[in-house]
Design a binder for this molecule. Sequence first.
Ligand SMILES: N[C@@H](CCC(=O)N[C@@H](CS)C(=O)NCC(=O)O)C(=O)O
Length: 242
Amino acid sequence: MPLLYGLRTSPWTAKVRWALDHHRVAYRYREHVPLLGELSLRWRAGSLRRKATVPLFVDGDLLLTDSLSIARHADAVGAGTPLLPQPRAEAILELDAEGDAILSAARGRVLARVGANADARREALPPGMPRVLGPTTALATRFMARKYQSDADSDDRMARAVRPRLEALRARLSGRRYLADEFSYADVSVASVLHCLRPPREPWCTFGAGMREAWTHDGLAREFEDLLAWRDGIFEAHYQPA
Ligand SMILES: N[C@@H](CCC(=O)N[C@@H](CS)C(=O)NCC(=O)O)C(=O)O
């Protein structure tokens, strides 16, 4: 059975799990541990010298090392309606890239807030991991901030970086149900990314209170309630987590 390595607090992992579930692709899931798991992740990704990321998908000889290739694979082998249909693929890829840019711009702030929040740090420890390793979570957030050169770590800097992109998404939606005519990977991707304004409720997000607080940007959430309402509607209509 295929194996997916992911980070359960990461929207990059969330969006591929949605795409795999949408296509009813069965897989086993293994949680990656930032910092402590860096070397083994690089080894799995095929090079100890290159930075490796999750999600990472392995199926026999097939190795997929980024979210988009995993979503494409799910489309190729899956049973659901295509999420990246050819006629709209270009627009969908642009919207996915837009989502990535928002998430990358939010990363520094989220990492800084998880590092500074004792509840979030505790929740970030993967299930089954000894509690004595708790302090490594704060180190891991600093390690990731360096790894991804995430320096936009304040509310203001994040807001300035993502506001124009959120406004463009709002303009694109303006009354429409989907970002690219019909339900697609663009909706999966952008809906997942909006975790960084305010995470959705369960079952679409299983964060505890500390993690929710660390991720929430009150100012942007208030400013973009319409996008969050759209996001909740997309989850309700199109995602029953497996
Ligand atoms: N372009 C990649 C980006 C994935 C990414 O940035 N993953 C981060 C999520 S925070 C990660 O692997 N973090 C854990 C780590 O670096 O140890 C994709 O689309 O899959």
